[in-house]
Design a protein around this ligand. Structure first.
Ligand SMILES: Nc1ncnc2c1ncn2[C@@H]1O[C@H](COP(=O)(O)OP(=O)(O)O)[C@@H](O)[C@H]1O
Ligand SMILES: [Mg+2]
Length: 167
């Protein structure tokens, strides 16, 4: 599923539109370069979950937890260079907590994830000419997410493979 947003606010809105589809235990994997919008996406999700605290990039802590309609664990594994450190995060406990788990730079933890997760890849289309345009490439991985793929496309109004634009 592909689409693009043209502002940080639009990215927050598409993240908020995902929230009603989330269930306890869900994992959302966010990838994309520094400044792509992974934290902005997580902020939109957190607000929609009813989290009132400010979600920031957890620079010095690797994981932060928030309470909303469900708990939200926000992990940023940017500074980790090996899987050992990731495992030191108590990842299994966080994954087994009936919470929503959002992982920035999550590629390194894929081997440790449950078989079902939502993979959100964010990239800058043309950084110089259109610095606020972000391309989203979303994969529903595993049966639980595949079953929700059409509901997700509906929530995001993505009705064609070429996607839509959100302003
Ligand atoms: N379409 C967009 N979607 C998300 N963020 C955007 C967009 N356009 C501009 N931005 C800006 O890009 C930055 C994204 O930062 P952040 O979410 O912290 O990135 P990351 O967590 O991926 O490193 C923010 O300053 C945000 O305001
Ligand atoms: Mg970030």
């Amino acid at each position: 599923m592909q689409f693009r947003t043209t502002s940080a606010e639009a990215t927050r809105e598409i993240a908020a539109a995902l929230e009603p589809l989330l269930r306890p235990g869900d994992v959302v994997l966010l990838s994309g370069d520094l400044g792509a919008g992974k934290t902005v996406f997580t902020q939109g999700l957190a607000t929609a979950l009813g989290v009132t605290e400010q979600v920031t990039s957890p620079t010095f802590t690797l994981a932060q937890s928030f309470q909303g309609r469900m708990r939200l664990h926000h992990l940023d594994v940017y500074r980790l260079d090996n899987l050992g450190e990731v495992l030191d995060l108590d990842l299994p406990e966080l994954l087994d907590d009936d919470a929503v788990v959002c992982v920035e730079w999550g590629e390194v933890v894929i081997p440790e994830l449950p078989r079902d997760f939502l993979r959100v890849r964010i990239s800058l289309a043309s950084p110089r000419e259109h610095p606020d345009i972000r391309m989203f490439d979303v994969d529903t991985v595993g049966p639980s997410w595949q079953a929700r793929a059409s509901a997700l496309a509906e929530a995001w109004h993505v009705h064609s493979p070429s996607g839509v634009e959100r302003c």
